[in-house]
Design a protein around this ligand. Structure first.
Ligand SMILES: O=C(O)[C@@H](CO)OP(=O)(O)O
Ligand SMILES: [Mn+2]
Ligand SMILES: [Mn+2]
Length: 546
């Protein structure tokens, strides 16, 4: 239970946390869609409200190093738990370095199964060093170990990135990886890339936004049904030539063949490792492998394999059953404390970010702590490339959020506006400016309602994205120019901090930041505003009450 705050009785109205996904802060204006956008509301807030900037990347959110950008998983975990845990990226790197990954039951079962049947070990996952969902070094370490453990045959199903790494960098990963595999093959070990495709085209759907993506992935990896190529390099080069301007994340699926036959279909008795450590985009394919009865699409053939995820992706539902590394044991979350205290909570977003404000927010658990106290609202996302609809569902989310707040039922609320991030990931600058303006407009509608209810808004973000729309040169920090002198579009998140704006027309507190506060400070801030002290394991809040 929470202890009462010594001096502050709590605000009367709702405490609303507004997460502007992918809206970080950079003082640079060139290539910064937030600076370029017309944002009268954000400008006014920054001019008139107490605010600070929070760390949203690197060690401040549990990533291995400060070179690692932030992402929605680690960002919402920190926001929703008030704590910083060593995250999947860190835990897997450590488990490989110490060898504990290979001593665990899951790895031993994967190996024993393939050895016993002389079958194939398949790896499926995001093929880059982005460290948001996966890291190619983890994949390489496991292949080396599989060979040392006596396996004969490995097949790798590569999901091309271009979203956490430069937008057309796939060959920078494929080339060296082919050399790496060729080296391992010298004494008879048979390891090859078997299939692949862009991560936004196959396999890595999330929150059941588009099961067709997963079905295409299944047909590609498992059934070997996609366009045939002799090699991944040939596939990528051909598909790029046929789709001018396409970026890696959208490349169509492909299957590698030899003598007209797919070299890597997945059969009964094979072993399969999904090597992403992040869960949202790994859950659906894991379900397709694990579930006996499966409704989302027709699998045609459901091979009986020994399946493992890099981590367990959903702690509530136990997906997948077998996993190589235990996920961070995120406990004592804000949601859990509020539920125990009898405080109502509203979580709302559109499909693309729905799990962010529920599952990630609650420490990677999909259930509620208390059915009657918690209301979760999902507004269905459009199924289009988001540069074509940069406003996404922000108006509908705002309509519903306003309606819900006016019922008076919710003491707390959290909302995620996806625009800055989802449109930022397309690399389309013009559309991203519209995305940011859309969020500004939503704030303009929402804040007066919160004010009228005598509530407070905490306006922040989970990490940057729209704040840097051009790749920056590592040495100079200036935008990289392409051959034509045009800056190179950047699709990934950034290392920038995020704003934290305390919107309270009654100005009941002042913002204090010792200088190094991160996203984990928001949970304590929330309970303080409700009139409670934060539990001891949380990072301290950002407000001092007058
Ligand atoms: O789209 C995603 O999966 C990631 C980028 O890899 O973005 P976010 O962390 O904002 O969800
Ligand atoms: Mn995000
Ligand atoms: Mn993102």
């Amino acid at each position: 239970m929470l202890k009462k705050h010594p001096t502050f009785p709590g605000v009367k109205g709702p405490v609303v946390t507004i997460i502007m996904d992918g809206i970080g802060y950079s003082p640079k204006t060139f290539g910064n869609a937030i600076a370029q956008a017309y944002t009268p509301t954000l400008d006014r807030l920054l001019a008139t409200c107490q605010h600070t900037f929070l760390k949203a990347h690197g060690k401040a959110v549990g990533m291995p190093s400060d070179e690692d950008m932030g992402n929605s998983e680690v960002g919402h975990n920190a926001l929703g738990s008030g704590q910083v845990y060593n995250q999947g990226a860190s835990l897997v790197a450590e488990a490989i370095a110490s060898g504990t990954l290979f001593q665990g039951a899951a790895w031993r079962e994967i190996i024993a199964n393939a050895r016993e049947h002389g079958s194939t070990l398949h790896f499926i996952g995001l093929f880059s060093d982005g460290n948001v969902h996966s890291h190619i070094d983890h994949l390489k370490a496991m292949i080396v170990r599989a060979k040392a453990d006596g396996l004969q045959r490995v097949r790798v199903h590569i999901l091309l990135d271009g979203r956490d790494v430069p937008e057309t960098s796939a060959l920078d990963y494929v080339g060296p990886f082919e050399t790496f595999l060729a080296e391992l093959r010298k004494d008879g070990f048979d390891a090859r890339i078997a299939s692949g495709g862009g991560r936004m085209s196959i396999t890595m759907d999330r929150y059941e936004a588009d099961w067709d993506m997963v079905e295409r992935g299944w047909r590609t990896h498992v059934l070997g049904e996609a366009r045939h190529f002799e090699s991944a390099t040939q596939a990528i080069e051909t598909l790029r030539a046929e789709h001018p301007g396409i970026i890696d994340q959208n490349l169509p699926p492909f299957v590698i063949v030899q003598d007209g036959e797919s070299i890597g279909r997945i059969f009964d008795k094979d072993s399969v490792i999904f090597f992403n450590f992040r869960g949202d985009r790994a859950i659906e394919m894991s379900r397709a492998f694990e579930e006996e009865e499966f409704a989302p699409f027709d699998r045609v053939r459901h091979p009986g394999v020994t399946y493992a995820g890099m981590l367990q992706y959903d702690g509530d539902l136990g997906i997948p059953r077998r996993y190589l590394v235990s996920p961070p044991a995120i406990r004592d979350t804000l949601g859990e404390y509020l539920a125990a205290e009898g405080i109502t909570q509203l979580a709302i977003s559109e499909t693309q970010k729905y799990g962010h404000v529920t599952y990630f927010w609650n420490g990677n658990r999909s259930g509620k702590f208390n059915e009657t106290l918690e209301t979760y609202v999902e507004i269905p996302s459009d199924k289009v490339p988001f540069e074509q609809r940069p406003w996404m569902k922000s108006a509908e989310i705002t309509d519903e959020l306003i309606r819900q707040l006016k019922t008076g039922k919710h003491r707390t609320a959290r909302v995620n506006y996806a625009n800055g991030d989802m449109v930022g990931h397309t690399g389309n600058y013009q559309a991203t400016i519209i995305a940011v303006e859309t969020v500004d407009l939503a704030l303009a509608r929402l804040l007066p309602v919160i004010d009228a209810l005598e509530g407070v808004a905490l306006i922040t973000a989970d990490h940057g994205n729209a704040d840097e729309m051009y790749e920056l040169d590592k040495k100079t920090g200036e935008p990289q120019q392409s051959v034509h002198g045009i800056p190179k579009a950047k699709t990934s998140h950034t290392l920038n901090p995020v704003p934290f704006i305390y919107y309270d027309s009654r100005r009941r507190a002042v913002v204090t930041n010792p200088g190094d506060a991160g996203l984990s400070a928001v949970a304590a801030t929330t309970v303080n505003l409700l009139g409670y002290q934060a539990p001891g394991m949380w990072d301290r809040g950002l407000l001092e009450f007058r």
